[in-house]
Design a protein around this ligand. Structure first.
Ligand code: NAD
Length: 246
């Protein structure tokens, strides 16, 4: 298989970092499957890919539902061939101080941000093993290393994702499959838009480059880790945070 025809699956590609990653992988000549949580979202991704001259499709996927994952992978295999590039990007926040955190706030973040990585990576491994090539990149967070008030659930899920990636990297390295994480700092997306103004100001003071990152700056890191040039990098976390955590 030539590098140009590789099929890339990007979860949560309807906006923000996932959308920028879909564009970057398309720019690199990948066939890109971007997923959204609704049919209308999937149609929007479809149109967006077309508009940007990228071959691929928008599909509807819920990463917390194994049947939905199986369906999507079946569709991709039939239409384009099994993905050999996977970007685990879908994620949510349900912030609360631990003293007030409800069990469903804990569980939903674990399910969407961590168990999803187990589910989707496992589902993609058969195709990668067969191709004797694979790139799995999961989008972690600076919070996995630094911690953050109100985010015990999110920090635990993202730190878990990084540990998962290192363990899987060892399991699949003999098949030329690499497994890495990209840990963004604070990036200007809908997720950070929700932060109160005061917290936003405080954040900027902690970032040596004194600005939020752009989704395209995370996409560039993902583009590199999924490329042939990064074939000797596995089990690594690439930090892209404006110097927030050195
Ligand atoms: P976003 O909220 O704009 O996008 C999240 C995406 O995940 C959306 O497309 C959403 O539809 C999808 N998603 C949510 N639940 C899903 C589910 N159950 N099944 C499938 N898809 C689902 O957020 P973003 O800022 O673009 O974040 C993307 C990733 O980057 C997340 O994993 C997030 O934790 C991580 N991240 C973001 C920042 C930041 O500052 N924005 C920093 C560090 C890490």
């Amino acid at each position: 298989m030539t590098q140009e025809r590789r099929v890339a699956l990007v979860t949560g590609a309807s906006r923000g970092i996932g959308q920028a990653v879909a564009h970057e992988l398309g720019r690199q000549g990948r066939i890109v499957i971007g997923t959204a949580t609704s049919e209308s979202g999937a149609e929007k991704i479809d149109a967006d890919l077309k508009q940007n001259g990228i071959e691929g499709a928008g599909l509807c996927l819920n990463v917390t539902d194994q049947a939905s994952i199986d369906d999507v992978l079946k569709t991709i295999a039939e239409r384009f061939g099994a993905p050999t590039i996977l970007v685990n990007n879908a994620g949510i926040t349900r912030d609360n101080l631990l003293m007030r955190m409800k069990e469903d706030e804990w569980d939903s973040v674990m399910d969407t941000n961590l168990k999803s990585v187990y589910r989707v990576s496992k589902a993609c491994l058969r195709g990668m093993t067969k191709a004797r090539f694979g790139r799995i990149v999961s989008i972690s967070s600076v919070v996995a290393t630094m911690g953050n008030m109100g985010q015990t659930n999110y920090a635990a899920a993202k730190a878990g994702m990084e540990g998962f990636s290192r363990a899987l990297a060892r399991e699949v390295s003999s098949r030329a499959i690499t497994v890495n994480s990209v840990a963004p700092g604070f990036i200007a997306t809908d997720m950070t838009e929700a932060l109160p103004e005061a917290q936003h100001e405080m954040l900027l003071k902690q970032i040596p480059l004194a600005r939020l990152g752009a989704p395209e700056e995370i996409a560039a890191a993902v583009g590199f880790l999924t490329s042939d040039a990064a074939g000797y990098i596995t089990g690594e976390t690439l930090h892209v945070n404006g110097g927030m955590n050195m």
